[in-house]
Design a protein around this ligand. Structure first.
Ligand code: NAG
Ligand code: NAG
Ligand code: NAG
Ligand code: NAG
Ligand code: NAG
Length: 291
């Protein structure tokens, strides 16, 4: 009983103090963004180097998707910039392709639906970009590419604030990469972040302690309630068990009484002792037995 209780307490404690993690469920988002970007490329016969705005599906209204098609050679020579992102020269897609498409996205009011970190709030929308093979835009396959920079960072200038309740001075840049890792880094000059790879980016700030305290309090209340519920059910189970075994014992004793098999008692020396009907050795006292 004690060890079960200890386990329960430890579990509740663990749940309350689990380290902050990022929630991102972006598979359907990625697919929708890619599809709308490539439909746009297919329809518009795009000029190289121009940014085109795509129309995202209705279930993502409020998200901005734009696409730009470039020669890899141009990207290598000049770098490029679009919607606050600056890719430095000497940037290459891997594996090598002749033309690439850069798909830009701004999750706008959907940002916190897709990205959330307990204890932090997003103070800018989540923006990002991803590169694809665009050598043949009429092919039906969408081929993702890697990106190789030669040491110089990609810079991101945020221009919109999502939530002004977090203090900008405590803001940190968060980079959400496709492999699931999150890199936190210091903000550059006002609302500028730097990155080494394609991905999605935002500025996050710790939620002020007052609000967090309230949340933690809630956690403890839930934990306590769970603990009590657990204890109550343990007690109930224990009680039932006890009652069952007690009634069994009573049954056994009743049966024994019916069979007339009650223990006989014999007097040995000065004390009463139980003895079975047949005793192999008669009990004998060491000191007084020889008289
Ligand atoms: C939007 O809806 C389409 C089909 O109606 C679905 O395939 C897609 O996954 C949805 N996208 C998101 C981001 O929920
Ligand atoms: C975002 O705003 C659009 C309208 O601009 C709305 O249709 C959509 O439901 C909003 N999304 C969320 C998650 O609030
Ligand atoms: C790339 O930069 C060079 C100068 O460094 C300029 O002459 C050229 O027009 C640029 N090309 C593009 C596509 O911007
Ligand atoms: C995930 O991707 C980022 C950006 O490319 C890289 O810095 C990091 O090392 C990768 N992490 C893992 C575990 O692959
Ligand atoms: C802004 O942040 C506060 C906590 O700092 C949070 O309660 C609120 O929901 C956030 N608003 C939006 C629009 O994300």
């Amino acid at each position: 009983m004690n060890s079960v209780l200890l386990l329960l307490v430890l579990t509740v404690f663990y749940l309350a103090s689990a380290s902050p993690s990022v929630k991102m469920e972006t598979n359907s988002l990625d697919a929708s963004v890619e599809n709308s970007a490539f439909q746009t490329l297919d329809l518009r016969r795009p000029h190289t180097g121009s940014l085109y705005r795509a129309i995202p599906p209705a279930n993502l209204s409020g998200v901005e998707v734009s696409v730009i098609r470039l020669r890899s050679r141009t990207l290598w020579r000049n770098g490029t910039n679009f919607r606050g992102f600056t890719l430095p020269p000497r940037t290459l897609p891997v594996p090598h392709v002749r033309r690439l498409a850069i798909v830009y996205q701004n999750l706008g009011n959907w940002s916190s639906q897709y990205y959330s970190m307990p204890g932090y709030s997003l103070i800018t929308p989540v923006v990002g970009f991803k590169v694809y093979d665009a050598s043949n835009i009429h092919s039906n396959s969408i081929i993702k590419l890697g990106l190789k920079t030669s040491g110089n960072p990609i810079s991101i200038q945020f221009d919109a604030l999502l939530n002004t309740s977090g203090k900008p001075s405590t803001g940190k840049c968060a980079a959400f990469y496709a492999n699931g890792t999150v890199h936190l880094s210091a903000m550059g000059s006002a609302y500028t972040c730097y990155a080494q790879d394609q991905g999605r980016f935002s500025i996050i700030a710790p939620i002020p302690p007052e609000t967090r305290k309230g949340k933690r309090g809630k956690c403890w209340v839930i934990g306590l309630a769970l603990g009590f519920a657990g204890m109550a059910s343990m007690c109930y189970v224990g009680f039932m068990f006890l009652r069952m075994s007690r009634s069994k014992k009573v049954q056994v004793m009743e049966r024994q009484a019916d069979d007339g098999e009650l223990f006989k008692t014999v007097w040995v020396g000065g004390s009463k002792m139980p003895s079975a009907t047949v005793t192999r050795t008669q009990p004998v006292l060491e000191n007084g037995g020889l008289t």
